[in-house]
Design a protein around this ligand. Structure first.
Ligand SMILES: Cc1cc2nc3c(=O)[nH]c(=O)nc-3n(C[C@H](O)[C@H](O)[C@H](O)COP(=O)(O)OP(=O)(O)OC[C@H]3O[C@@H](n4cnc5c(N)ncnc54)[C@H](O)[C@@H]3O)c2cc1C
Length: 406
């Protein structure tokens, strides 16, 4: 595919062209704001179409304000899952504590939102699809950076030149690998591996999570609504990441089955479901930490640049806020000044939220009997406490105003 004409605005001025790799959360959010600032935007997404459903994600604090400014807040409110109960179980399946989820996440009732990931991507896509070019079922093959632009070839064939390219292609970003080097350089492994997949809700669960814990192992069922599906989650401690298993779904299933072989509660049923699951997602819990998020005319956003891990529950919020900040910094600057401003104005918010793993995320999954006992004591005292205050990290950035439409 070769671009034969230069896009222009209503005044006939050439529009700056950008390519965004990744149509998840950061990608469409960045597309929305760059389009608003007058850029001609193309998004390339490797999946053949948007993926519906999916595990629940949180939109909190500053990110909620981004959603409001994008006009998608009413839609997200309608999609809000409204999780009402989080119950922790002992290795023998008996109840440790049952409490409101916000007591653990420090979310704020009536303000923070939790939606299925697919509902959020659908809302973002709907907000941009008429103004932005989407190339599904394709990906960047090569990137050649010059002083005047970035020459891109696509796996599906053809090539084009863009003024800037953005990697919004997630934790295992190929854009990052092409421009900055292998993931291992930036990946901070947090000591756990996990599997997520859907199961039929034969457990009678509704708007709630039940989590079984043994030292170094956790199994959870997450019912986001009254429908007949639940999300199953199996998490286990592993000192080193098992990179081989990451690449082979059969090895992933075998590894999880081995780790949970003698587990009680509903775990045998979960393992049977794991064998059949068509949507298994297996990964290591980890963060991406980079000294810089840009190089020349290429910049990264969302998980590609600063994945905080599911232990913080802040990946989606960082993706939305990062996209807003990056686009805002480019609204009236060139890429050199814009990328510098993006780093300067966003990094602290990212650091504070990535730092949440040290504050308790990982203590949800203790690896020794003693630590598990201590955690359970804390949970019992939490359940007696009144509703939690919001976590200051979630709102640690006050957004600059967005510019009026170009
Ligand atoms: C099991 C699990 C539970 C989670 N729970 C929460 C939670 O409770 N709260 C929360 O806030 N966050 C949670 N997260 C994290 C959250 O999903 C991510 O942080 C968030 O989706 C980041 O958005 P993103 O757009 O940067 O990346 P992604 O959502 O990963 O999107 C990347 C997109 O790029 C596409 N892509 C990948 N490679 C290429 C390529 N080479 N070319 C083109 N396209 C490509 C992918 O198909 C995808 O559409 C969870 C994550 C997992 C895995």
């Amino acid at each position: 595919m070769t671009l034969t004409h230069q896009p222009t605005d209503v005044r006939g001025t050439p529009r700056r062209t950008v390519l965004i790799s990744g149509g998840g959360i950061a990608g469409p959010a960045l597309a929305f704001w760059l389009n608003r600032y007058g850029y001609a935007v193309t998004v390339v997404e490797k999946a053949p179409a948007l993926r519906a459903g999916g595990y629940p994600v949180d939109v909190r604090g500053t990110a909620r304000e981004v959603a409001r400014r994008m006009g998608i807040l009413p839609r997200l409110r309608d999609a809000h899952i409204d999780l009402r109960r989080l119950t922790f179980l002992d290795p023998d399946g008996s109840e440790v504590a049952s409490l409101h989820p916000h007591a653990v996440t420090r979310g704020v009732a009536g303000r923070d939102l939790e939606v299925r990931r697919g509902d959020l991507t659908e809302a973002l896509y709907t907000a941009v699809r008429d103004d932005v070019e989407f190339l599904f079922d394709d990906a960047i093959d090569t990137l050649d950076r010059t002083a005047h632009g970035v020459n891109v070839t696509f796996r599906g064939g053809g090539g084009r030149t863009f003024d800037m390219v953005f990697g919004a292609d997630g934790m295992h970003s190929r854009t990052r690998e092409m421009v900055f080097g292998p993931e291992e350089r930036f990946h901070r492994y947090l000591g756990y591996c996990f599997a997520v997949f859907t199961l039929r809700n034969t457990f009678g669960l509704s708007h709630e999570t039940v989590m079984w814990n043994a030292p170094g192992r956790a199994a959870a069922l997450y019912a986001s609504g009254d429908d007949d599906e639940v999300h199953a989650f199996l998490n286990f401690a592993r000192p080193e990441p098992d990179w081989d298993a990451f690449r082979d779904p059969r090895a992933q299933r075998d590894l999880v089955a081995e780790v949970f072989a003698d587990a009680g509660w509903e775990v045998p049923g979960l393992l049977a479901g794991l064998r059949e699951a068509e949507d298994l997602f297996f990964d290591g819990a980890g963060q991406i930490r980079m000294p810089r998020w840009s190089s020349g005319r290429v910049a990264l956003v969302g998980d590609a640049a600063y994945a905080p891990s599911f232990l913080t529950g802040q990946g989606t919020s960082l993706a939305l806020v990062g996209a807003y900040m990056l686009a805002g910094c480019l609204a009236d600057r060139d890429h050199v000044a814009g990328f510098a401003a993006y780093e300067r104005e966003t990094r602290e918010f990212v650091a504070v939220n990535q730092g949440l793993v040290g504050q308790g995320g990982a203590t949800l999954f203790p690896t020794t009997a003693r630590a598990l006992k201590q955690r359970n004591e804390r949970l019992r005292s939490l359940s007696a406490m009144p509703s939690a205050q919001g976590n200051p990290a979630h709102s640690a950035l006050t957004l600059p105003e967005s510019l009026p439409p170009a």
